[in-house]
Write a new protein. Structure first.
Length: 275
C-alpha cells in the first residue's frame, strides 16, 4: 500500500520546493483571485438567464468553459514553473506565461470538453439516469486526469493538442514509472480536499447568509475555488514530475529512480526497480 500513499510524501517535497521558491505558489493565487469573482458574477448572472432550456444550457457551457479555462491555464503556468524549478532551480512567471499562451488553443479545447461533460452529467441527473450519471462521471474523471497528464507535453514541449496526446501515449505505453498508482493516491488527496473545502463552503454560507447573501456567496465560492486551485496545483505538479521522469527514462533507455526530478526522487526507494 506504500506505493498508493507515496503521493502524501510527495506533497511534503512540494512544500519544501515552495519554501525554496515561494513564487511557485503564484498559479494558485492567480487561480483563486481570478476564478472567485468570475464565479460570483456567473452565479449572479444565472438568475437573469431567460427560462429557456436551450439558453440555459448555452449559458452553462459558457460558464463552465470559462471556469475550466482559468483552472487549466493556471495549471499550465504551474507545469511550466515546476519544469523550470526542477531543471534550472529558477522558476519564472514571465516565461511560464509566454510558454502557456502558446498552448491556449489546446487548453481551450480541454476546457470546452470538460464543460460538456459537466453539462451532460447535469442533464443525466435531472432525468434521474443513475447509470448514465455514473458513466458520465467516470468519463469526466478520466478526461480531467488526461488533461493534467497531457498538459506537460503541450506546455513544456510546445506540441499541438493532438500531438500532445500522441506524445503522452508514447511515453505511457512503455511506462516504467507506475504513474497509474499515483493517480489513485492523487484521487484520495483531492477527495480529502474536496470534503474539507466543501464543508467550509457550506458552513460559511450558512453562517453569513443571515448577514449578507452576496457576502455569503463570495466566501463560499472562495473556499470552493481554493479547492479547485490547490487540487489543480497538486495534480499538475505531480504529473509534470512523472512526465519529466518518463522522458528521462526514455532518453536513457533505463528506468531508474535517480532520473526522476528531485521532489519525486526523494520519495522513491533508491533500489526500486521496474520491469
Amino acid at each position: 500500500m506504500g506505493s498508493f500513499f507515496r503521493v502524501f510524501s510527495f506533497m511534503g517535497q512540494v512544500l519544501g520546493m515552495i519554501r525554496q521558491n515561494p513564487k511557485l505558489l503564484t498559479p494558485v493565487f492567480l487561480n483563486v483571485a481570478i476564478a472567485t469573482p468570475v464565479n460570483l458574477v456567473l452565479a449572479i448572472a444565472s438568475y437573469f438567464v431567460p427560462n429557456n432550456q436551450i439558453v440555459d444550457y448555452a449559458f452553462m457551457i459558457v460558464a463552465l468553459t470559462s471556469l475550466y479555462f482559468i483552472d487549466y491555464f493556471c495549471a499550465g503556468l504551474n507545469t511550466s514553473m515546476v519544469f523550470e524549478q526542477v531543471t534550472s532551480g529558477n522558476a519564472n512567471l514571465g516565461s511560464a506565461v509566454s510558454r502557456t499562451l502558446k498552448s491556449t488553443i489546446g487548453i481551450l479545447i480541454f476546457a470546452i470538453v470538460s464543460g460538456l461533460f459537466d453539462l451532460l452529467a447535469h442533464i443525466a441527473s435531472q432525468q434521474r439516469g443513475v447509470v448514465r450519471t455514473i458513466l458520465i462521471g467516470i468519463l469526466r474523471s478520466v478526461w480531467t486526469t488526461a488533461t493534467y497528464v497531457v498538459m506537460p507535453a503541450m506546455v513544456i514541449e510546445g506540441l499541438s493538442f493532438f500531438d500532445s496526446f500522441k506524445r503522452s501515449k508514447q511515453l505511457m505505453e512503455n511506462d516504467p514509472t507506475q504513474v497509474g498508482i499515483g493517480i489513485v493516491g492523487m484521487g484520495l488527496v483531492t477527495w480529502i480536499l474536496s470534503a474539507a473545502m466543501g464543508a467550509l463552503a457550506m458552513f460559511s454560507f450558512n453562517l453569513l447568509s443571515n448577514v449578507s447573501v452576496p457576502l455569503a456567496m463570495l466566501v463560499s465560492l472562495f473556499f470552493t475555488n481554493v479547492f479547485w486551485s490547490v487540487s489543480a496545483y497538486l495534480k499538475s505538479t505531480y504529473y509534470t514530475c512523472f512526465y519529466l521522469w518518463s522522458r528521462e527514462c526514455e532518453r536513457n533507455g533505463a528506468a531508474r529512480p535517480d532520473l526522476a526530478p528531485a521532489p519525486l526522487r526523494a520519495v522513491l526507494p533508491a533500489n526500486l526497480a521496474y520491469a
